[in-house]
Design a protein around this ligand. Structure first.
Ligand SMILES: [Zn+2]
Length: 363
């Protein structure tokens, strides 16, 4: 059980190039305009933009903010379930869900950039710094230095950094053997996870397996590259139940509780709750605790965090408006208030601050 937990939201991947949920559509539109989206994916992108403009007049009255991609994802999921989106049949909602997932993982794949120096590809600097810090703490051998990460992000920027410095990642997936390395709990699924259509088991395509099959070529004049694992996942050759799993990434909408995802993803959430219940230090970066994130509140409720055990509950978010600060202040239990620290800092700055705090001259 880890004593240090890092909780990461979209803001943590922003510095690697990923959009936030609020500007996701703008970034996706830019990719279209720059002609970076080709073939079938272009049809998916066009379809999503058409769906949004078709739905906007209808939903305006009930204030679903369709400029936020997660709201659309959630609306379609509920639409499939309840058959209640005006002008969209249950079947169409189901097919649109596949399209929106593609829209999300392709946008992430095309926007997250990995730096290239001397023809070598490196992890994103900030995630690299986080992994180095975790490794340094871990190597001290002290139980209070053990770290794990809980993330809401689908992208592979942190996975890439973990793979570069540790050569393995432990996703805490049930029924999957040989998961070693630091615990990375991806609460909304991941761009490299697949679900077996026969038994329903979730497995993953590791970065090492991916790079065993594909390599970067012609890096000489490049400053950045994208990692196209998600779009190649369908031909990964991964097998389950004696059959090749030909699935696209397993990613989960924010509102999964009443859906088919429950069986798979609730086990990851339970594991996260268990980790939180034992934590001494909780560092939250780039996660803005929007009102709609009921599950995070639920997760904290479930984990019955030992307030007496908590030593640091630190939140890093560059939001200058105090909106994020107020959300956290209203959220935390009085017993944690004394341990609460809010810094208007970005993820990159946060890692340095945490590092200075945790790595003293103890060892
Ligand atoms: Zn199977």
């Amino acid at each position: 059980m880890s004593k240090n937990i890092f909780i990461l939201g979209a803001g943590a991947s922003k510095e690697a190039g990923a959009p936030l949920m609020d500007d996701f559509l703008d970034k996706a539109k830019d990719l279209l305009d720059l002609d970076k989206i080709k073939g079938e994916y272009k049809k998916d992108f066009d379809r999503i933009f058409k769906t949004i403009s078709d739905l906007k007049p209808i939903h305006y009255a009930v204030k679903i903010d369709l400029d936020n991609i997660e709201n659309l994802f959630a609306a379609l999921e509920m639409g499939k379930l309840l058959d209640k989106i005006p002008n969209i049949s249950k079947e169409e909602a189901e097919s649109l869900l596949k399209t929106i997932k593609r829209f999300i993982f392709i946008t992430l794949e095309k926007t997250i950039e990995f730096p290239v120096h001397s023809e070598k590809v490196y992890p994103n600097e900030n995630y690299g710094a986080l992994v180095k810090l975790m490794k340094e703490l871990d190597e001290s051998g002290l139980p209070q230095n053990k770290c794990s990460v809980i993330t809401f992000n689908y992208d592979l920027a942190l996975d890439y950094a973990l793979n570069s410095y540790n050569s393995s990642v432990n996703y805490g997936l049930p029924e999957i053997k040989n998961q070693r390395g630091p615990l990375l709990l991806k609460l909304h699924g991941s761009s490299n996870w697949v679900k077996c259509q026969v038994c329903g088991k979730i497995s993953f395509w590791s970065l090492s397996e991916f790079f065993g099959k594909y390599q970067y070529l012609f890096l000489k004049d490049l400053k950045f590259v994208n990692l196209d694992l998600a779009s190649k996942l369908i031909s990964s050759g991964l097998k389950c139940c004696d059959k090749e799993i030909k699935s696209e990434p397993y990613i989960v909408p924010p509102t999964w509780s009443k859906t088919e995802y429950y069986r798979d993803i609730s086990l990851i959430w339970k594991r996260a709750a268990l980790e939180l219940s034992e934590a001494e230090n909780i560092f939250i970066c780039g996660y803005s605790l929007r009102e709609s994130d009921l599950f995070f509140r639920y997760l904290f409720g479930l984990s019955s965090i030992g307030a007496s055990r908590i030593r640091r509950f630190w939140v890093f978010d560059p939001d200058e408006s105090d909106i994020v600060y107020n959300r956290f202040i209203n959220f935390i239990a009085p017993a944690i208030e004394k341990k609460f620290r809010f810094e208007k800092k970005r993820f990159s700055e946060a890692i340095n601050i945490i590092r200075n705090e945790l790595i003293k001259n103890d060892y």
